[in-house]
Design a protein around this ligand. Structure first.
Ligand code: TYM
Length: 329
């Protein structure tokens, strides 16, 4: 089976965007690929966190993977910082990268456009080279991600080709897999902005997978829409309704045409209520499993086993890279 790899950064409570854009696809793909999925906790260090929050988020990501249906007997699930090989290859790939290409990475570009470069952390600047290491360490052929991560996979491809060119065939060139639908779920309070886990506080724009049912309903019922009361998919002119349609469609597998027919006479109130119903149904199932998994030491066991399996592959790759570079092994 071909190797497929992806990860989530524990920088907040996971959202419906993470679920629809990423986790739900991992679950679907685990039967057909040798799937590696990890918690990208080193990536979380590019921003300053309170250690209790970070610790909780790390466990939360791992537990949510399993609660959403990832099966540790099929997929290899681990925590990035358990394997020093990631940071090791990250350093080597940083040495292969150019200031210019890293300056063009959206996250850094956005932040530097907003303020003073002097105080942007270097970790944020080189974050994409660590992500490249995450992927190349395992010779992953496919990387399922939401739309915002495709630029990083492109950089990974460039770095892999560059390394192969200078030091001989070493890395598999990976390919991003972006779902046709749901690769960019937008914020409910501002459908021009991506739904994000990193906003703290009450975050009306994001449905958190661990939000209580009442909060979820409230957030969906007060989602920002236009006022023409017509349920129609039109991303340009009706971004709010189109976003809700994408959510509904992703969770029910109904097409946009079917949804338009279903709510032709119902107006926005009925439609929002239907969206809330399917989200609540899906999220409730996840929460029940999550609450079981987070107790006891099952999660520790899964992560340890995952790290052992991933570590064996990663160490071999590091040896190969060292040999290619002329470092002594
Ligand atoms: P992160 O933690 O920001 O997001 C995790 C995954 O969720 C997707 N996603 C979304 N999809 C649809 N709509 C949204 N609103 C939405 N928000 C997030 C992301 O595209 C992603 O697939 N750098 C990565 C983590 C990472 C990684 C890797 C991924 C580290 N190493 C190696 C793949 C391979 C990140 O910050 O994702």
């Amino acid at each position: 089976m071909e190797l497929m790899l992806s990860a989530i950064k524990p920088t907040g409570d996971l959202t419906l965007g993470n679920y629809i854009g990423a986790i739900k696809n991992f679950v679907k793909l685990q039967d057909d690929y040798n799937l590696f999925v990890f918690v990208a906790d080193l990536h979380a260090l590019t921003v300053r966190n309170n250690k209790e929050d970070l610790n909780r988020w790390i466990k939360e990501v791992a537990a949510i993977y399993i609660a959403c249906g990832l099966d540790p007997n099929k997929a290899t699930i681990f925590n990035q910082s358990d394997l020093p090989q990631h940071a090791y290859l990250g350093y080597i790939l940083t040495c292969e990268s150019y200031m210019g290409e890293l300056s063009r990475m959206t996250q850094f570009k956005d932040k530097s456009a907003r303020g003073n470069n002097e105080s942007i952390g270097v970790g944020l600047f080189i974050y994409p080279t660590l992500m490249a290491a995450d992927i190349l360490l395992y010779d992953a052929k496919y990387v399922p991600v939401g739309e915002d991560q495709t630029q990083h996979v492109e950089l990974t491809r460039d770095l892999a080709s560059r390394f192969n060119h200078y030091y001989g065939e070493t890395f598999v060139i990976p390919k991003a897999i972006v779902a046709e639908k749901g690769a960019r779920i937008m914020a409910l309070d501002d459908p021009l902005k991506k739904m994000s886990k990193s906003e703290l506080g009450d975050n009306k724009g994001s449905i958190r997978l661990l939000d209580d049912v009442k909060t979820i309903r409230k957030k969906i019922m007060s989602a920002v829409t236009d006022s023409d009361n017509l349920v129609k998919y039109d991303i340009e002119n009706k971004p709010g309704i189109s976003n809700l349609m994408t959510i509904y469609s992703s969770l029910t597998n109904k097409s946009y045409d079917e949804i338009e027919d279903e709510f032709r006479d119902g107006g926005y109130g009925n439609f929002k209520k239907a969206v809330a119903d399917v989200v609540v149904e899906e999220v409730s199932k996840i929460q029940v499993k999550f609450n079981e998994i987070i107790k006891g030491d099952y999660l520790d066991k899964v992560l340890k086993e995952g790290a052992l399996k991933a570590g064996a592959i990663a160490s071999k790759k590091i040896d190969e890279v060292k040999r290619k570079l002329g470092l002594i092994i």
